[in-house]
Design a protein around this ligand. Structure first.
Ligand code: DQQ
Length: 527
């Protein structure tokens, strides 16, 4: 990781690693995967560009190059975690949807594998293999996904213990159309689970002007699917007012729920759907194969989308989510990559009914050089001179005092003309990620993002933040419950400082731990 002290990684310069002085792993990844280069440039030039890109994260999962969006079909199978994802192998823009594939034994370090699903010319997925799920039937791993266009549900299975090859069902599509008479805005992203001898499948849908829906299908043999009824439905989560002249967009309007994810949480059930720019969480009762929402909120902000969970080796419910780019399409297309996977998150029932969402503890294996402070009092800005970098985990526990606002700054330049602020605001009871000064470049991404779920301060309680900074990604976990993900693209590669601050009074810092994180990829390419 780039830290205040060093620009090298384990003594290996990234360019040497790529071009052969040490090895050619990065280049090999791209060549083996037969990457095309959108601009007609060489694969070597693309690999060098990615390896030298200071915005490209080094401990979050990334595709080897080009575009990635939704996590698909996460599954733990025979001692290995498999992560599939929406992938465009030709360019760093959305399109030509394939299923990329990577494997891991520890949930943190990943190995790229050959593409799992590609569109079949003249097949029901000729225009793309959209999102879906993995499951095991008769000891055989299966994938179920949406083939386009039109949107239909298709399946594939693998006899390979390593799941490197997949064979599509001859009878695809297994669900060729939405239920007769239902005029849906979309019909995609199947998710599957078993109850007794029945397989149940939920499909994302909605009705124009009528909100989102999740449709429920059942089968016993995987070939004959029967539409049962609507598993869940609901109005838009936020009022939708199209701008003058704006074309109707069902997802933006809240009339289409994408990527439904449905699972038990304690004695209730959770339904996650992606819509209106974010991932909505609904908690409620599941009876007679119908879900009734009792509580709702958002999982994260609007840069986190298409979340998808699975049950891991330890029976935990682990959630993956796609972190979008904050920069323009022109910028990410030119960079040659777009999209990052969140760190794995563990979900469990929390106080008051909402989900608790925490980073998977496995992430601690990446902790390098530690720095520790305790019992500090901060009444203005306090720069921490001994620490810095673009790959950090920050664990901080505040004891709110008289300060109106307090927090941490990262990626701070020495003259503080560039900095990213994470603030707890007492009056509005909010946690805010302020990226207005994250880059000196006025064209870059500048905004103030608020943690969507109310981040409550209560007298006498401490506030605990876990912050994962990884080059252009910031993931914040507040009190083990609320999450906020942001993107920053600092113009100064020397903007690596960390500071604490308080405004309008003082704040106590009970404890502060900062870890310089080890990369999972020394060349930004191999995982
Ligand atoms: N992304 C996929 C769709 C899904 C959307 C296409 C959500 O299956 O609805 O890439 O990001």
């Amino acid at each position: 990781m780039r830290t205040a002290r060093s620009t090298k990684t384990l003594g290996i310069d990234r360019r040497d690693f790529l071009t052969g002085a040490v090895g050619c792993a990065g280049l090999g990844i791209l060549t083996r995967h037969a990457f095309h280069t959108a601009q007609g440039g060489s694969v070597r030039a693309l690999a060098e560009r990615l390896a030298d890109d200071p915005n490209r994260p080094r401990y979050h999962f990334l595709p080897p190059a080009h575009w990635m969006n939704d996590p698909n079909g996460p599954i733990y199978w025979q001692g290995t975690y498999h992560l599939f994802y929406q992938f465009n192998p030709s360019a760093a823009v959305w399109g030509e949807m394939h299923w990329g594939h990577a494997t891991s034994v520890d949930l943190i370090h990943w190995k790229h594998q050959p593409i799992a699903l590609a569109p079949t010319p003249d097949g029901p997925d000729k225009d793309g293999c959209f999102s879906g799920s993995a499951f095991v039937h008769n000891q055989t791993p299966h994938l179920i996904y949406t083939g386009v266009s039109p949107e239909t549900q298709c399946m594939a299975l693998s006899d390979d213990p390593q799941l490197l090859t997949w064979r599509k069902f001859k009878g695809n599509p297994v669900v060729p159309a939405p239920p007769t008479g239902l005029h849906v805005t979309g019909f995609r992203d199947p998710s599957i689970w078993k109850e007794g001898n029945d397989w149940l499948m939920s499909i994302g849908a909605g009705v124009r002007g009528g909100g989102g829906r999740v449709l429920l299908y059942t089968t016993r043999d995987l070939h004959h699917w029967r539409y049962n009824h609507t598993l869940a439905e609901g109005p838009p989560f936020v009022a939708y007012e199209p701008k003058p002249g704006e074309k109707y967009d069902a997802v933006r309007a809240g009339d289409m729920w994408e990527c439904p994810d449905f699972f038990p949480v304690g004695d209730r059930h959770a339904l996650l759907v992606s819509t209106q720019g974010g991932v909505a969480q609904m908690i409620g009762r599941y009876r007679d194969r119908k879900f009734k929402c009792e509580q709702q909120g958002w999982v994260d902000g609007d840069l986190y989308y298409a979340a998808k969970s699975f049950v891991d080796a330890q029976n935990r419910r682990v959630l993956w989510g796609w972190i979008r780019e904050g920069r323009s399409e022109a910028a990410y297309s030119a960079a040659g990559w777009a999209g990052v996977m969140s760190v794995p998150r563990v979900m469990m029932p929390g106080d008051g009914g909402a989900l608790d969402i925490k980073p998977a503890p496995e992430i601690a294996i990446l902790r390098g050089q530690p720095h520790h402070w305790s019992e500090l009092e901060v009444s203005s800005e306090k720069v921490l001179p001994a620490v810095g970098g673009d790959g950090l985990e920050i664990e901080i526990e505040f004891e709110p005092g008289s300060a109106e606002g307090f927090g941490v700054k990262v990626r701070r330049s020495r003259d503080s003309t560039e900095e990213t602020g994470i603030s707890c605001l007492r009056r509005s009871r909010a946690l805010v990620l302020d990226t207005r000064r994250s880059s000196r470049n006025p064209e870059d991404f500048h905004r103030v993002q608020k943690m969507p779920e109310s981040f409550q301060f209560s007298k006498g309680r401490t506030e605990k933040l876990s912050i994962f900074l990884d080059c252009s990604v910031i993931e914040i976990f507040a009190n083990g419950r609320s999450c906020l993900t942001g993107r920053i693209y600092p113009s100064g590669t020397e903007s690596l400082g960390v500071a604490l601050f308080a405004k309008g009074g003082a704040v106590g810092v009970k404890s502060l731990d900062i870890f310089e994180m080890n990369p999972i990829s020394h060349d930004r390419l191999t995982t």
